[in-house]
Design a protein around this ligand. Sequence first.
Ligand code: MGD
Ligand code: MGD
Ligand code: SF4
Ligand code: MO
Length: 827
Amino acid sequence: MKLFQAMMSRRRFLQTSTAAGAVGATAAGVTGLSGLTQSTEARAARPRGETKVTKNICHQCPARCGIDVYTTNGRVHAMYGDTGNPIANGKLCPKGHLGSYFLYDPDRFKGPMKRTNPRKGRNEDPGFVPISWEEAFDTVAARLNNLRERGESHRFAHFYGRGWGASDAGLYGDFGKLYGTPNSAIGHASMCAEGSKKAKHATDGNNSYNAHDLRKTNYLLIMGASFLEAFRPYNNMMQMWGEMRSKSPKTRVTCVDVRMNPTMAASDRALYIKPATDGAFALAVAHVILTESLWDRDFVGDFKDLNQRFRTGERIMPGSFDEKWVHGLTEWWNEELKDRTPEWAEGITGIPARHIRQTAIEFGSTRPAVAIFERGPTGHTNGTYNGMAIHSLNALVGSMFTEGGLFYQMGTPYGGLPANADDYLDDYARNGPWKSQPRIDLARTAEWPMTSTMMQEAGPNHLKGTPYKMDTAMFYSTNPIWTAPDPKAWEEALKDVFVIDTSPFPGETAMYADIVMPESTYLERLQDSPTYPFEGWPMSALRVPAIDPIYDTKHFGDMLIEIGKRINGPTGEFYRIIDNVENVLRHRAKGFENNPGDNGVRDFESWKEKGVWYRKPYHWRFIRGDFYEWEGQRYSKRMTAAEVKQKLLRTPSGKFEFKSGYLEQYADYINKELGVPVERVGLVQWVEPRHTGGNRDLYFVTPKTPMHAEGRGANIPHAAAIHQPVAGGRGTVYLELHPDTARSRGIRNGDKVKITSDLGSIEAECRFVASHRPDTIILPFEFGHWAQGRWAKDRGPGHSGELTANVSDPISGLASYYTGKVTLTKA
Ligand SMILES: Nc1nc2c(c(=O)[nH]1)N[C@H]1C(S)=C(S)[C@@H](COP(=O)(O)OP(=O)(O)OC[C@H]3O[C@@H](n4cnc5c(=O)[nH]c(N)nc54)[C@H](O)[C@@H]3O)O[C@H]1N2
Ligand SMILES: Nc1nc2c(c(=O)[nH]1)N[C@H]1C(S)=C(S)[C@@H](COP(=O)(O)OP(=O)(O)OC[C@H]3O[C@@H](n4cnc5c(=O)[nH]c(N)nc54)[C@H](O)[C@@H]3O)O[C@H]1N2
Ligand code: SF4
Ligand SMILES: [Mo]
């Protein structure tokens, strides 16, 4: 009853906030207009300058919405969603409009600086003094040349968070190869959402996020993905929600989460799950789809004897099922699924068996149906297996590459660079001692053999001196001293590393910098951005500077190129040919000459004008049992099994694998790390999570909210003012908890509380939210900065990261942000 009330009021909140938005807009329009009629003549007499509209991309989250930036007399005064950008469609999320705060942030770094105080720490003033860009580049290049001469170039590392494209993070690979370091670059994916990619890698062979055709989806199962707050591309997800929920028949939505959030409130069915148990839920759904005969015959196949059935607890005969595009179904059923009933899953997930069964029957009998998941199920030690179980549902109902289903994002057909790095390798680059050195984070070594990156390990590894100590580290759009799990380890680690930070404004990592090379904000820089997975067809947007940099700042890509020019030997030559970011982009845009975009973009100039190149449709489709390729008019070219394996289902078997050949290659490792018997490693299965915090009694979850801009937005006062939709936070962030959880601890609504994990304690003010799980407390991520701008610094609750132990899923390497247990007391 209480839950229902909370959901209703939540729904009302959504409705009224939309309605209020509409009324507000009309009212403003009307007053604006009537105001105009009275004063137009007076204003027209004294025109106040030309308004220029330039194309750009919002940088506050990975949605990468295209924006029109309005600049009058050299001042940016407005930005709107670009009507010609397929993600934005003329709309933005509430954060998008706030972009000029970054540009005019009074706390911005005004130009390059060097540190004068050798001591580093929270309470140390870095003593930054201005230097010229020449001095900044020369200092860094001298260090790097010196390391190279000593045969220690591997001790230089590049770290990055939000990379955008060919003009920034896309330049790292060549740099590492030419200069000679395995650490160019270490990306933050293992602190982000690597788990869902790995789950897909293990089952369908694509190490990637999915693209979706949500307009045509008729059933959506959302598991631990914040569809109406974060799921990518966020702004477009809200538009898709509108489409799905207003079409006929409307898309039915079941949402599974550990807390009440806007997506739960707006769904047809909201299921509260015990954290980290999503795999058990999904396996039970799979069990029902098979026992109720709801699987997709065209994709999965069928029994040879059509009278045969899947029956709970009964094995099927090997060889009795003809698999079509799946691999391992028989073993999956016999060794795992046959006993995974809804009743079994109820015991693990806490979700009543009848809800699991209903969800399964709906999901299995509606086409097309899609199951999505992100950091919720994967932010745990069993994350990859949880994700595999959920993704298997997409295969069982035949949604892979189907209309209304899931795809993988196509790349942009960019032109080549004016020089090829392989032609500029000297002997050191080819055979130097760096070649035998592992990465500082030990990704892709025996320590973390299955991961592509392990950024959270780099700081602790440096502290231990294993595999070596870093000498110099350059940070681009990442702030591990604040966002990494157990960030205090990074505070210690970076004390004796020469740090180069490129942030436009202060942050924790920047306070440890020896050299600050401030980047221009996104409204001042030229930069490309191929889309994150969206609808599958290729797309690449462009940031066109609205104004020249208002301070002495540069684009990160230009910094990298300038450092490159100063590296001794052929590396310098290579970068003199690459020259600058604009040159890079002009060459990349040559790829559009033979592939003109649907909006007419065919070169650099038209790309700048329209702000985006894209070309529909998606090239492949599964139709009634076969895969087809687009031939200019229709999906008419039937693909061979070999083509499907090469282009779409890139697993060892060329099929969707319920028994993963990829995982089997690492059987001993997985057995050692997770205790799964060697012969079972490949199976999609239930694996018990290991929560940190042992016998502490509350789960601690730190999700994203609509106004949260990763670790970059805490200094935007307006965003802070409306941060927390469920608890109604104003100007701070509250710990959300169930009243029963509070009362049994003598805590009242609004009290200051102390949250304690194995790592330490932080304080927060609490708000009762009767619709949360009583065993789970929620503190949205973003506040608790000790070094950001004036609106972020020393404000709000403590920083949730300081309670988060550095424990990761051994398969994907994703840091287990949502797995820690804590205790709660009155402060
Ligand atoms: N507004 C906004 N959007 C963003 C970002 C942002 O900063 N702000 N950042 C972007 C980035 S970098 C990323 S990685 C994505 C992340 O996108 P998401 O993964 O969708 O977002 P999260 O908030 O991390 O987590 C999703 C949900 O998982 C729930 N959850 C936690 N544990 C469990 C569990 O065990 N089971 C289940 N079923 N649910 C659980 C949380 O309550 C939360 O509602 O968002 C992107 N979009
Ligand atoms: N407790 C907890 N921790 C989390 C999460 C969570 O949910 N809970 N989420 C995790 C996730 S999903 C992610 S993706 C990571 C993100 O963590 P990070 O990789 O650290 O990325 P950001 O927090 O966005 O930090 C980017 C930093 O880049 C700088 N910056 C901002 N704008 C620019 C720019 O235009 N140019 C340059 N050069 N620098 C800029 C700022 O100093 C900012 O501090 O955090 C993770 N940490
Ligand atoms: S913050 Fe909002 S407007 Fe900006 S890219 Fe993300 S969804 Fe788009
Ligand atoms: Mo992320």
